[in-house]
Design a protein around this ligand. Structure first.
Ligand SMILES: Cc1ncc(COP(=O)(O)O)c(C=O)c1O
Ligand SMILES: N[C@@H](CCOP(=O)(O)O)C(=O)O
Length: 476
């Protein structure tokens, strides 16, 4: 399998490509293409109904390896990939890894939060940490990972990379805009290869800083920059298998399913779209947003206009620029990289994007948008708890409410993704239900642990200096 950039390869003008086609291992290490685009597979793998059926009954780790295998291609032998997946999921807190829970007739939630940091990010990040180890050892290289987080990616990435020999990792979070549990999960990891910066800005500022670091070619090469956000294709590839696992459990490929996904950076729901592109019978995909509803507004009215990021009860979704939308746009524009690049540059210049009517109509056949404000989120958490005793965190509650808002779908079961453990957001949970969910015993002393992080302005030079200091410390 080869990969191309959303901005550097046009099917008509292939010689204009700026980022050369790469294999999976190259893409894992590069993170973002040199031309600022996102990597995409050159072709989409396709599974027949018989291929899907052959996955039924396998342990989750084996499903993951088989679903990821076509994306990994010849870059890593299948036995190695399978070993990595088995090892990655062995430590999860539930034997099914990502169990399905029925909430009501036709409505299920898939719990993606049984990994070490209690959010869906672990599902991919535990695999990525091991993939980095394997590929870096093979190539005898080191990398510096710089990631942006609105709360959950950071701790999952740190957990996956702390103490690894060939990786330094610096995580940027928006100062004061995560929950305290989320912040402490990152800042109390004192391994020498880990750094944390609280940026005086929003998640979008943090994400823009990461992209600006990649755009500074000198810096990128000097520290051998890599990424663990879902701009890295490997993250998307490792998020596809749980859609497959729940669809199979509900009768696929002989029965359709629908998915409802609480959305911010568009990486999770994009993985569901890829599963459908691979032939999984997915009837509908619902994009759930909080008050930062740029995606819902786009789907409702072809209006992707940026507004200031507002803090909400679901802080991990407080995002305006959904990076992975660029991957969808590339597909919607028939893989015209020049048009994708121009559309994205115009969006960042003007803060506004509308697409041609047929493109927008096509997007609406693929995705339904939904928006839930904070009072609605609180009410949904309370309702669920009263109705069936289920504690859904504020992000998961947005996804569940979005699933319930869907018009009846002719007997198609809907799976709403539960993306975080409620104990990560104890204040919101207590206000909504009167219950303060406890952290697992291994994290019980989180609030007594020493924290280490710097507060820095939203300034590229300051971030580059901090990354250089981290790298310098570990490479002498
Ligand atoms: C708990 C939680 N739910 C939902 C999301 C949104 O997922 P995505 O950014 O893949 O759209 C995030 C952050 O990414 C998250 O941490
Ligand atoms: N919600 C995320 C934001 C980054 O998303 P990613 O999937 O692109 O890493 C977070 O919790 O950090």
């Amino acid at each position: 399998m080869r990969y191309i950039s959303t901005r550097g390869h046009s099917p008509d003008i292939s010689t204009r490509g700026q980022a050369p086609a790469r294999d999976f291992a190259d893409v894992l290490l590069a993170g973002l293409a040199e031309d600022g685009g996102l990597f995409m597979p050159e072709t989409w793998p396709h599974f027949s109904p018989a291929d899907w059926r052959a996955l039924r009954g396998l342990p989750y780790a084996d499903v993951a390896a088989r679903v990821m295998q076509p994306f990994v291609g010849g870059a890593i032998p299948f036995e190695v990939l399978q070993g990595i997946c088995r090892d990655a999921y062995a430590g999860f807190g539930h034997p099914a890894v990502a169990p399905l829970v029925q909430l009501e007739t036709g409505l299920f939630t898939q719990e993606l939060f049984h990994g070490p940091t209690l959010a869906f990010k672990d599902m991919a990040m535990q695999v990525l940490g091991r993939l980095f180890d394997h590929v870096l050892a093979q190539r005898d290289k080191r990398v510096t990972i710089v990631g942006a987080t609105s709360g959950d990616t950071g701790s999952a990435a740190i957990e996956a990379c702390a103490g690894r020999d060939r990786v330094d990792i610096m995580i940027l979070h928006p100062h004061g805009r995560t929950s305290e549990v989320q912040r402490r999960q990152m800042t109390t990891v004192l391994a020498p290869n880990v750094g944390n910066i609280a940026v005086q800005g929003t998640f979008d500022d943090c994400q823009d800083l990461v992209k600006a670091l990649f755009a500074d070619a000198g810096f990128r090469d000097e520290v051998r920059l890599s990424a663990v956000n879902s701009i890295n294709w490997a993250r998307i590839a490792a998020q596809i298998p749980y859609y497959v696992a729940s669809a199979l459990a509900l009768g696929a490929p002989d029965r359709e399913v629908a998915f409802s996904v609480p959305t911010g950076n568009f990486g999770n729901v994009l993985a569901a779209w890829v599963a459908r592109r691979m032939g999984l019978p997915v009837a509908r995909l619902v994009v759930g947003s909080n008050r930062n509803d740029i995606l819902a507004r786009f789907l409702a009215a072809n209006d992707m206009s940026m507004q200031p990021v507002e803090p909400s009860l679901s802080p991990s979704m407080d995002i305006q620029v959904s990076s992975n939308f660029e991957r969808l746009l590339f597909e919607l524009l028939d893989r015209d990289a020049d048009l994708t690049r121009q559309t994205m540059l115009d969006f960042r210049r003007t803060g506004r994007m509308t697409v041609a009517a047929p493109v927008w109509h096509h997007a609406r056949t693929l995705f339904h948008g939904f928006r839930l404000d904070d009072p609605g989120t609180e009410a949904e958490i309370r309702r669920l708890h009263a109705a069936c005793g289920y504690l859904a965190d504020p992000h998961s509650a947005v996804g569940i409410a979005a699933a319930r808002a869907l018009p009846a779908g002719g007997g198609v079961p809907t799976v709403a993704m539960a993306t975080a453990h409620p104990a990560k957001f104890p204040d919101a949970m207590e206000i909504a239900t009167g219950h303060r969910p406890a952290l697992p015993p291994r994290m019980a002393d989180l609030f007594g642990r020493e924290e280490r992080f710097s507060v820095l302005p939203n300034d590229l030079g300051a971030i580059e200096a901090a990354v250089r200091a981290l790298v310098g410390r570990n490479r002498v």
